[in-house]
Design a protein around this ligand. Structure first.
Ligand code: GLU
Length: 502
């Protein structure tokens, strides 16, 4: 029988959600939805030292903004709850005990000071095959000593005992056959002194408990794969093992290596999905959402970092991505992040989205700048007129504010030196020709004919007219602006500007 598709996104709530994390969530989600499967959100919060208050709620909100809605999660619950590892604490120890009983793991009593001393003594010290017999653990101490230490509650951890001279292989859905030498892998801690499992034990125990069928995770987890595979085997669960796919890294735009938050700060672009405020320092890091990205564009551009459908098509909606997604088309090589290209995606999405669907977001942008809007129909006309000029949703304010408030200032240097009495006379004569209901082309025609009658070139009058309406040298066609503003507003703006230009 085909295994039912169940995937999970398993973030640790340690801070802002990096775009690589969102892409991991997305690939899991696309795969699940494509195969009528289930997408689980599991919060991996076993490392108490890295736990950050508010990070879980923030992650949930970022996913919701992207349109990635879990089927099971700490918030929604589900058949395999709880979905926070800290709430599953009591379930893990039995597995550590089983591994010890079967000789696949051991107690280690080395104190942090002893481990530090070792690290100082031996560069690149690894607790493993070469060193474990010179450390304080249940492999080197007698049974009586170990019993006594345990009875006295001596702080200790449980470590996996990596086998000597073996190879661990698995078929990665993206990379094909991947093989590791066990001698090169250290004896990872499975259970910590505080009784909490480490990521390695918890991830395996929970993937099994939650019947996860496929795992899409970042390439940075590839070195952990041999440990996880051995745990699946040692715990007797080999037949239930999920399929793994390690996703290519998202690389910094300049040079090699994984894109970090620092690269974003350095090069001036966000790497987090939404604004993140560090609760300890109060420092705020800007996110794609607040910078003015549409979620549709964000999801689209992230998917294209490492995937394509085999054609030149670049714009895909989320439903389309679900339909077209295939693991075979995920690339092995890392993808360089390009912020200009990211803005291009957003621009294309703004262009292709109807004004009515942009209305609420754009209204929020204006409200944030304390600009009062007229009725929605007028705002939608404005949106239609200017959306092709906006790369970011935040651009709507700069590109459109003059529709709602007459210019408070004019780009006078652009008109003053060439301003004449004749031009002023022309505009006074043009005012009566402005009528509501007259289309832009007709207004332009009247403008040109009148210019000729005044012995002026229409070209010399266009820029002053634009500055009268807009205040500066930008915006869509000036007659479209005049039609949108309506005859009265246009007249008033001409009259106000004539005074300013004189
Ligand atoms: N908790 C890990 C993380 O923070 C999950 C890694 C995995 O998916 O196995 O990314």
């Amino acid at each position: 029988m085909e295994k039912k598709v169940r995937v999970r996104f398993a973030p640790s709530p340690t801070g802002g959600l990096h775009l690589g994390g969102v892409r991991t969530a997305l690939f899991n989600y696309l795969f699940a939805k494509k195969h009528n499967g289930t997408f689980v959100l599991r919060v991996e919060d076993t490392d108490q030292t890295r736990f950050v208050a508010g990070a879980e709620e923030y992650i949930v909100s970022c996913l919701a903004w992207c349109g990635i809605h879990p089927d099971e999660s700490p918030q929604l619950g589900g058949e395999f709850e709880p979905y926070r590892q800290s709430e599953r604490k009591s379930t893990y120890k039995q597995y550590a005990d089983q591994l010890i009983a079967d000789g696949f793991a051991y107690y280690a009593f080395d104190t942090p000071e002893e481990l530090d001393a070792k690290r100082k003594e031996i560069p690149n010290f690894l607790y493993g095959l070469a060193s474990r017999m010179s450390m304080r653990n249940s492999l080197t101490l007698s049974e009586e000593e170990v019993d006594a230490l345990l009875k006295n509650n001596t702080p200790h951890v449980v470590r996996i005992k990596m086998p000597a001279d073996e190879q661990v292989s698995f078929v990665d859905m993206i990379r094909g056959l991947v093989t590791f030498e066990t001698n090169l892998v250290d004896d990872k801690v499975l259970l910590k002194a505080d009784g909490m499992p480490t990521y390695h034990l918890a991830v395996v125990a929970d993937d099994r408990a939650m019947q996860i069928s496929h795992i899409f995770r970042g390439e940075e987890w590839l070195p952990s794969a041999p440990v996880h595979i051995l745990l699946w085997k040692y715990l007797g669960w080999e037949d239930e093992m999920p399929n793994w796919a390690h996703l290519p890294l998202i690389l910094k735009p300049d040079g090699n290596g994984k894109l970090s938050k620092r690269d974003g700060d350095r090069l001036g672009f966000p790497v987090y999905a939404q604004n993140w405020t560090d609760p300890k320092t109060g420092d705020m890091t800007k996110g794609f959402k607040e910078l003015g990205f549409m979620p549709e564009a964000f999801v689209n551009l992230l998917t294209m970092l490492g995937w394509n459908d085999g054609t030149d098509q670049e714009l895909f909606s989320l439903p389309e991505l679900i339909e077209k997604f295939s693991v075979e088309r995920i690339s092995k090589a890392g993808a360089k992040f390009d912020f200009e290209k990211a803005k291009w995606y957003n621009h294309e999405w703004i262009k292709k989205t109807d004004a009515v669907d942009l209305l609420n977001t754009v209204k929020q942008e204006f409200a944030a700048k304390n600009i009062d809007l007229a009725d929605d129909n007028f705002t939608m006309k404005v949106i239609s007129l200017i959306k092709d000029r906006c790369n970011l949703l935040t651009d709507f304010v700069a590109q459109g504010a003059y529709f709602f408030n007459a210019p408070a200032e004019y780009d006078l240097p652009a008109v003053k030196s060439k301003w004449t009495e004749e031009k002023a006379a022309f505009f006074n004569a043009y005012i009566p020709m402005l009528e509501d209901g007259v289309p832009a082309l007709e207004l332009e025609e009247r403008f040109k004919i009148l210019a000729t009658e005044h012995n002026l070139k229409p070209g010399e009058l266009m820029l002053p007219f634009r500055i009268m309406m807009v205040g500066g040298k930008f915006g869509p066609g000036v007659f479209d602006i005049a039609v949108t503003l309506g005859a009265d507003n246009t007249k008033n703006r001409i009259l106000a500007a004539l005074i300013a230009f004189a």
